[in-house]
Design a protein around this ligand. Structure first.
Ligand code: SF4
Ligand code: SF4
Ligand code: FES
Length: 616
């Protein structure tokens, strides 16, 4: 049972959960305390810098910021004392003095004005600071107007601590202090990746989406409704709220879903203009009579009516069905095939295969995900008996060790990558990236393992070898969960000459030729080939991977001992293998690991060129 703390808030006895702040307790109980530098959202720590949320605590000489202060047993807190209210009003007045008037503000609907209202402040007694801050319209998707900035630091925390992009910082001193992008570059010139987290966090309108603003840097668009949805891009599953004006999406805001906790990436945040693009087809088009297809011909997407005319859905569907029927009648059902889209729902996928199987009469039906995901599904089925991932990306926060191989999440799944970066930043989790190329996550990595292209399977086998032979695996876990594993001394017997599989007590599915036979290969080669064979069952890419893997074996490009005569020899020392793969010894033998396996088709791609062996 979690510990609770009893204290008094505005004369009422209340309870706080361990770790709750006074502000959170007050909010939970329906008491609104103004706040500006605090954002009540996942991943934002309270900073306590604006002093807009001060409360009085009996017996304490100074007021306390309620957003940071945790109550203690018996504490007597007043959020409505004259002293606390005057303090909050003064802070609001000081901040208000430097803002443009609300009617001229960049965003008259910004959170700042709501908090000023909550504090009961409409005007300020103080003179405005003379400042001329030029707008920064350099970014295509965002606008920067620092004359509205109150230096609450929310954008800095958004960029550094939530999305971990490290673009925004606070620079200079005293009244020259301001937020900067990189080395005081314009936002458009900076290393900003356009995640838009800072825009979502900014309470004043100093940072805003360009889609809501006009050329005078003022809000020109007020949405008339909001629609909750799911980001249509990658498979992370970020929840999003679209702001809609006149049936057109004008802004996207991250929602607190389990996969994203309000975060979005550049695609989900700003990539919605295609929906209203004039080139988009919204009505069926039918080719004009006499406009035959020709390889040298081209259609202007802005004006397709040189080649097509608009048609009703009934006419277009009839025409398409007739064409398919004609093909089937002339060439048989096997001349037809269907290729479904991963963007469809399960129900649509079911209907689609039904159409192909029963309508076309063909079993030639497939799905685009098989191209990119088949290898990882096969590996997951083999290893975990399930083709689905076994943990949410947020579980990176619970890991002690994260290894990424065959994936570039900062590019392909940027929101997922933020949780990995959070784990490294907050908990100093050891992150190892195994990739022939450096990627943007590499700067967060404890080690970047730039292995030779094509040697990924051998590298993983080498790691398994160390885990097994040095007793780093959890034998109780294996005994309970894994099939075909004989645990005990055999697991670690270093003098075994039968290779990794035998040492692990794993029954191999495929037994190679007897030792001494002309086709006999060394144990780890055999296992490598078995793995490649397995993956090779799944599709063309996997077949080419198998062929390439075998070619590499022949060329000696994969890890292999120096036994050119192909007699059975013990697997060489791991140091030697990893040296070839570009790794150093100690990190493997000392690890206590919990791996988040981010596996996708890239693991099977063989990249050209020879990478550096340098370990970052
Ligand atoms: S958009 Fe994202 S990366 Fe760019 S400055 Fe803002 S938080 Fe940082
Ligand atoms: S730009 Fe916005 S979020 Fe950043 S410090 Fe200024 S007011 Fe705060
Ligand atoms: S909101 Fe508490 S100090 Fe700013």
């Amino acid at each position: 049972m979690s510990e609770t703390i009893r204290f008094s808030l505005d004369g009422h006895e209340v309870e706080a959960q361990a770790g709750e702040t006074i502000w959170q307790v007050a909010k939970r109980l329906g008491t609104s305390i103004p706040h500006l530098c605090h954002r009540d959202a996942h991943g934002y720590r309270p900073d306590g810098n604006c002093r807009a949320c001060m409360v009085e605590i009996k017996g304490e000489r100074v007021l306390a910021p309620s957003c940071r202060r945790e109550p203690t047993a018996g504490m007597e807190v007043s959020s409505q004392s004259t002293r606390a209210e005057k303090s909050r009003t003064l802070v609001m007045e000081l901040l208000l003095a430097d803002q443009p008037a609300q009617e001229n503000a960049h965003d008259p609907q910004a959170e700042f004005w709501k908090q000023a209202d909550l504090a009961g402040v409409q005007t300020s007694r103080f003179p405005a600071k003379q400042k001329s801050v030029a707008p920064d319209p350099s970014h295509p998707a965002m606008r920067v107007n620092l004359d509205a900035c109150i230096q609450c630091g929310l954008c800095v925390r958004a960029c550094r601590e939530v999305q971990v992009n490290d673009v925004i910082g606070m620079a200079y001193r005293h009244d020259a202090a301001k937020i900067v992008f990189d080395f005081d570059d314009t936002m458009g010139q900076s290393t900003c990746v356009a995640c838009g987290e800072c825009v979502q966090a900014c309470p004043t309108g100093a940072l805003m989406p360009a889609s809501l603003m006009d050329d005078t840097q003022k809000r020109a668009v007020t949405p008339d409704r909001q629609v909750d949805s799911l980001c249509p891009y990658c498979g992370v599953g970020c929840q999003v709220t679209y702001e809609v004006k006149d049936d057109k999406i004008v802004n996207a805001v991250g929602r607190d879903g389990p996969a994203n906790h309000n975060r979005l990436c550049v695609k989900g945040r700003f990539g919605f203009d295609y929906i209203a693009h004039p080139h988009r087809l919204t009505k069926p088009l039918v080719r004009l009579d006499g406009k035959a297809k020709h390889a040298d011909d081209s259609v202007d997407p802005a004006n397709p009516f040189t080649h097509f005319r608009e048609a009703s859905w009934e006419e277009a569907l009839d025409l398409a069905a007739r064409g398919l029927k004609d093909i089937r009648a002339a060439q048989g059902p096997r001349a037809l095939a269907g290729f479904g889209s991963a963007k469809g729902s399960n129900e649509e996928a079911y209907l689609f295969q039904k159409l192909v199987r029963t309508g076309f009469g063909s079993n030639n039906v497939d799905h685009c995900t098989r191209l990119c995901h088949a290898s990882s599904v096969a590996a997951l089925m083999e290893g975990l008996s399930s083709g689905a991932v076994s943990a949410p990306f947020e579980a990176a926060r619970d890991a002690d060790f994260i290894m990424i191989i065959g994936a570039n999440p900062a590019v392909n799944h940027p929101v997922a990558a933020t949780f990995i970066k959070n784990a490294v930043r907050e908990r100093h989790v050891k992150l190892v990236i195994a990739d022939p190329r450096h990627q943007s996550l590499s700067r967060h990595a404890w080690k970047h393992l730039a292995f030779r292209p094509g040697s990924d399977v051998a590298l993983l086998n080498a790691m398994l070898h160390v885990v097994v032979t040095e007793g780093l695996c959890d034998e109780a876990f294996l005994r309970e969960r894994a099939d075909h594993v004989a645990v005990g001394e055999s697991l670690r017997h270093p003098s075994s000459r039968l290779g990794v599989h035998r040492r692990a007590g794993v029954e191999r599915h495929r037994r190679g030729p007897a030792p001494g036979h002309a086709d006999a290969v060394v144990p780890h080669q055999r296992q490598h080939r078995a793995n490649v064979d397995h993956v090779g069952q799944v599709g063309q890419r996997q077949r080419s991977g198998r062929q390439q893997g075998r070619r590499h074996l022949r060329q000696g490009r994969v890890l292999r001992p120096a036994d050119a005569d192909r007699t059975l020899e013990p697997v060489p020392a791991l140091d030697q293998q990893l040296f070839h793969a570009g790794a150093s010894r100690p990190w493997l033998s000392t690890m206590k690991w919990y791996t988040i396996g981010l596996v996708n088709g890239a693991a099977r791609r063989r990249l050209p060129g020879r990478p550096s062996r340098e370990v970052a």
